[in-house]
Design a binder for this molecule. Structure first.
Ligand code: FAQ
Length: 311
């Protein structure tokens, strides 16, 4: 039996009302949101690293300016999302601590290396493409601050997706070596991109409850299917081959059938054992440690200003 307060809460959700920070909410709703929003924020912050790797090696000044802007956008997304999580009573310091201790998750995708310039195009096209597919429905999430943060984030992600596609368009029209580089990038990023949507519906522990609360509007498999259906024609436009022998148009469902991602690899990556997990966490810990003098300075100044005001 649901208690009356919880029933009233569920009725508000079912009626499509937004839940705001100061309102009553079940403890488990709050925890679920902190888990998802902090995971999302960490993804944006750690997600700067693979592309940041190419800022100094962008092929032209224009590409460099675009990439810089994109990576700065990701930092901004992380900040909006940490703010949204803070409205639920968790501090940014606590979230950072959990990340640096290896206890908090961030998207599996950012534990793969960026080996060539084509990877920068592939990330924009596929990774931002998958992020948009996941985040557009989150704009209608029942928790107001998360839903509103998503609006601006989605607009920026669509610029990111277009710039990635544009990088690849240029390269596939280039030399055979450049085109081969793009195909190689697609071969390496395709399956990890499909894993961004999370485990299969059968294996997804949180989906049912999160959908009942309208935190998620779609299941992981639904979004993965939509992503495949949207992306295959784009690959065709680029004259690239999707590295999946089971990929086939299914007229009956008006969508593609496709192969199963390697779930053992997925669970291994989210357990911390992917190609770059250690490197990513080391980079974040170093950034935190290198910023200590600045945080100390701010605190010392604030203390001094407070003393001054009190005197
Ligand atoms: N990676 O029961 P479910 C971007 C975890 S890109 C790591 O299905 P849920 C743009 C999940 O947390 C990405 N962990 O869970 C960009 C849970 O673990 P927990 C950012 C994953 O929450 C581009 C466990 O597995 N977007 O921002 C992954 O219902 C370029 C069980 O899974 C988001 O983070 C994964 N792929 O659904 C930035 C979206 N999948 O918490 C920079 C927000 C699952 O129990 C550069 N998050 N897990 O320890 C979500 O929409 C959801 O949390 C899902 C998972 C869909 C990821």
């Amino acid at each position: 039996e649901m208690d009356p307060q919880e029933r009233a809460f569920q009725e508000r959700i079912d009626a499509g009302q937004k839940i705001e920070p100061k309102e009553w909410m079940p403890e488990s709703y709050r925890k679920t949101l902190v888990r998802q929003i902090s995971q999302h924020a960490h993804s944006e912050i750690v997600g700067q690293l693979p592309e940041g790797n190419w800022i100094t090696r962008a092929p032209t000044l224009e590409r460099k300016a675009i990439l810089l802007a994109k990576v700065q956008d990701e930092a901004g997304h992380g900040l909006y999302l940490y703010c949204a999580a803070e409205t639920l009573g968790v501090s940014r310091d606590e979230m950072y601590e959990q990340l640096h201790a290896g206890k908090a998750k961030y998207s599996s995708i950012f534990n793969y290396p960026t080996l060539t310039w084509a990877d920068i195009g592939a990330i924009g096209w596929l990774v931002d493409g998958a992020a948009i597919m996941n985040q557009v429905p989150l704009q209608r999430c029942s928790y107001g601050p998360y839903a509103r943060a998503m609006i601006r984030i989605c607009k920026e992600e669509s610029f990111h997706q277009r710039q990635g596609f544009d990088v690849l368009m240029k390269m596939v029209r280039g030399t055979p070596a450049q085109k081969a580089m793009v195909q190689d990038a697609l071969n390496r990023w395709w399956w990890p991109s499909l894993m961004m949507f999370g485990p299969s519906d059968e294996a997804s522990v949180h989906s049912a409850q999160s959908m009942a609360w309208r935190i998620k509007q779609n299941s992981n498999d639904e979004l993965r299917q939509k992503f495949v259906d949207q992306t295959v024609p784009q690959a065709e436009y680029l004259s690239l081959a999707i590295p999946d022998p089971d990929l086939k148009w299914n007229e009956q469902k008006r969508g593609y059938d496709f192969g199963e991602p390697d779930w053992a690899e997925f669970f291994n990556v989210i357990a911390g054992n992917g190609l770059c997990n250690a490197e990513r966490l080391d980079a974040r810990r170093k950034a935190w440690d290198d910023g200590a003098w600045f945080r100390d300075g701010l605190t010392a100044y604030a203390d001094k200003a407070a003393d001054h005001a009190a005197a």
